[in-house]
Ligand binder design. Structure first.
Ligand SMILES: [Zn+2]
Length: 77
């Protein structure tokens, strides 16, 4: 499985993602171009914007990825 997720025409490594907004952006500004997009926060206070399709995709990918990274059950201490 690729560790990259495509958001806003960028290939973002999953490990750089700090969090993904659960609700779409709304700030009330008339000329806001991010309305309806989901904020994705990266390391170093970088923000990118995902459309609803990308947001669903990135959440799925993150869950699958975290699951794959889980502590191995047969680890022998
Ligand atoms: Zn806005």
């Amino acid at each position: 499985m690729s560790i990259l997720c495509r958001i806003d025409d960028k290939n973002i490594p999953l490990y750089r993602i700090m969090w993904v907004a659960a609700t779409p952006h709304f700030c009330g500004e008339e000329d806001c171009i991010r309305e309806g997009c989901y904020e994705v926060r990266l390391e170093h206070d970088e923000t990118i914007w995902a459309n609803p399709t990308e947001q669903g995709e990135v959440l799925k990918r993150l869950e699958a990825w975290q699951g794959g990274m889980g502590m191995s059950e047969d680890e022998d201490w």
